[in-house]
Design a binder for this molecule. Structure first.
Ligand code: BF8
Ligand code: SF4
Length: 630
């Protein structure tokens, strides 16, 4: 129908033409300059871990150099590189989470950061055995925060959130000895073990990677999600719009890009401040228009309905519109290229985190202890830049879609309550979801997550896979840049149930949801772990028995490698649409796409064709149903 016509349209072609006219360089120019990618790097057989090298070994057995100078084989080099990707990804999510935990630790009744979801705080306090009786809520908050901060470096025990998993899954981890101890420790251990002259065994490296990745999913990421909800509120469904057409020629346009809600939440508050609004009018604008990108975009749309300008691939496109006064960033997934690109326009590229300074950017450091004032200074800088806008350089593609966002686990359960007869069944559980999966009305549930990657046509794989799965009665949950692809394609509207199979369409109608549910940012994949675990517990089975899967169709970051690994380790099959740099070792490929199943009950599938990928997912879902006898 008409409203789905905008799928894949983002005004990209016009903007790329405009780039040429404006003398602006984009990722495509740089990709062309890269020429053919290095075959060794692509296959993961290049090692520069020590200064005897760099060594590159032949990815073909029996031909060319078979070992590095130290004797490391292709298997060891590939596995070591893979393990380091997992460690880096885990570090990124977890260091973000640590900051959020610090913010709860500094929260106060009259400060910038408060406790917004007391119920969630209290239930976490109970879960962690914190005394809640006759205590001030902030005292409880600070103690809970301190426990979370200790999860990063505690000397004994294993991570607390692991206990949220189904018992059968905990047993698997126990038997495999992959229960992460402390988050930083697992990251450090991998860096140690991959130092020259340490682990020289591919299977052991994958094994260690699984433990480290679990410290992301059930550690850093889960802390990031839970604590963000406590401080900024647990998301509820709300309407928004998505794509570059949300930029408004008449207003001061500010793009929020990056990851941590501690900054973006304050920018949202600052932009609503009457003093800022007045200032915007004074410079001749009608107001301040915030638009989000990447995971920060997801955080603020989930909690405030802030419009979505686009996903990872569109960060340069946003600047090319010439209509952006400021692009404000903190950490992760930010092209350093934005500095030079912004120079072609009036756009201010503002970095705010000491963890991610970029040459050529305007650095205005954001200080949490002075959050509101910091945020106002940043917003002011954007407003004052409005007068520098060159109207002849402005082109905003008139393309945007409606979307419903904000499906936290709590919100999903609330929707499910619509079909519960309270005289028969308890309210507030996942039972209705488990029931429809068991009955076959829904064949299964799939998480589609991750980035954009110029190796694949922008958003194409995300959307093709989503459409095929929902047409086959598989409900889709989504986060990160995949969620924003869905938003732009109109798949997050309730109307999109027209594209769903009969079973899914009926479920969507009854519980009043879209067929594709926006569950948040990439750390919010922990929400997906939680809901899968709840359904498994309800049915008395393990995650790996359920007809569920994870897909990263257009992934690119090390974070995505950490995620994929913890999803597998949690018993959920993972399908990758971009081949990871492991193909130089048949041994590592065999472990990841075959043998790991005997350990965790799940494995990797690599398939670059989105339609074939969707077919494989559907096949695997039916296999799981058959095994379960449902
Ligand atoms: O953490 S999906 S491009 S924005 S890495 Fe980055 Fe990938 Fe987007 Fe968020 Ni996730
Ligand atoms: Fe070469 Fe071994 Fe050093 Fe790697 S660790 S660079 S394979 S000598």
């Amino acid at each position: 129908s008409d409203q789905f016509i905008s799928i894949y349209q983002s005004g990209e072609e016009q903007l790329l033409e405009k780039a040429v006219k404006d003398g602006a360089e984009t990722m495509w120019d740089r990709k062309a300059a890269q020429k053919t990618p290095c075959g060794f790097g692509e296959k993961g057989v290049c090692c520069r871990i020590c200064a005897m090298g760099p060594c590159r070994v032949s990815p073909v057995a029996g031909k060319g150099a078979q070992k590095g100078i130290c004797g490391a084989t292709a298997d060891v080099i590939v596995a070591r590189n893979y393990a380091r990707m997992v460690a880096a990804g885990t570090a990124a999510h977890s260091d973000h989470a640590r900051d959020i935990a610090h913010i709860l630790h500094m929260a106060s009744r009259d400060g910038n950061y408060k406790v917004r979801d007391e119920k969630k705080l209290m239930s976490l306090a109970k879960e962690w055995g914190v005394n809640t009786e006759n205590r001030d809520i902030y005292e409880i908050a600070h103690e809970v925060a301190e426990i979370a901060l200790n999860e990063f470096g505690k000397p004994f025990g294993t991570l607390k959130f692991l206990e949220r998993a189904p018992e059968l899954r905990q047993k698997v981890w126990e038997d495999l000895q992959i229960k992460p101890r402390a988050i930083d420790r697992e990251i450090a251990t991998i860096l140690h073990s991959t130092h020259v002259g340490c682990t020289g065994d591919a299977e052991s490296l994958v094994h260690m990677s699984m433990r480290t990745s679990l410290a992301d999913g059930w550690g850093g990421s889960m802390i990031g999600t839970e604590f963000s909800d406590i401080i900024f509120g647990t998301p509820v469904p709300r309407e928004t719009e998505a794509n570059l057409g949300v930029l408004d020629e008449k207003q001061v346009n500010i793009i929020l890009h990056g990851h941590e809600p501690s900054l973006s939440e304050m920018i949202v508050m600052a932009s609503l401040d009457p003093e800022m609004q007045k200032l915007a009018k004074e410079v001749g604008a009608e107001g301040i228009n915030l638009a989000g990108m990447c995971c920060t975009g997801n955080e603020v749309t989930m909690r405030h309905g802030v419009k979505i300008a686009g996903n990872f691939y569109q960060q340069e496109m946003a600047i090319l519109t010439g209509a952006v006064e400021a692009i404000i960033v903190d950490v992760q997934c930010i092209f350093p290229a934005l500095a030079k690109l912004s120079d072609c326009y009036h756009t201010k590229f503002i970095t705010t985190s000491p963890k991610a300074k970029i040459t050529g950017a305007t650095h205005i450091e954001f200080h949490e202890d002075n959050a509101m004032e910091s945020a106002k200074n940043i917003v002011k800088e954007a407003i004052e830049n409005f007068k520098n806008r060159k109207n002849e350089k402005v082109f905003i593609p008139e393309i945007k879609s409606n979307a419903v966002v904000g499906y936290s686990v709590e919100a999903v359960i609330k929707q499910l309550d619509k079909v519960v007869n309270p005289h028969i069944d308890p309210m507030g559980t996942v039972k209705p979801l488990a029931d429809v999966i068991k009955a076959g009305v829904l064949r299964g549930a799939v998480g589609i997550v991750g980035c954009n990657n110029p190796k694949s046509k922008h958003d194409y794989s995300h959307i093709e896979i989503m459409k095929k799965l929902i047409a086959n009665d598989v409900i889709v949950v989504t986060t990160g840049c995949a969620a924003q692809a869905a938003a732009k394609a109109g798949l997050l509207t309730k109307d999109a149930r027209k594209l769903a199979g009969q079973g899914l369409a009926t479920v969507c109608e009854l519980v009043d949801i879209p067929p594709v549910l926006h569950m948040g940012s990439c750390v919010d994949i922990s929400r997906i772990l939680t809901i899968v675990g709840e359904v498994a517990k309800h049915l008395g089975i393990d995650n790996s028995d359920l007809p569920v899967a994870g897909i990263a169709p257009e992934w690119m970051s090390e974070k995505a490698v950490a995620i994929a690994t913890y999803v597998i380790s949690s018993g959920i099959d993972t399908f990758l649409g971009i081949t990871p740099p492991v193909t130089g070792s048949d041994e590592v490929v065999d472990i990841l796409t075959n043998r790991v199943e005997n350990m965790t009950g799940a494995k990797f599938f690599i398939e670059e064709d989105p339609h074939a990928l969707a077919d494989k997912v559907l096949g695997r879902i039916e296999e799981k149903r058959q095994k379960l006898g449902i």
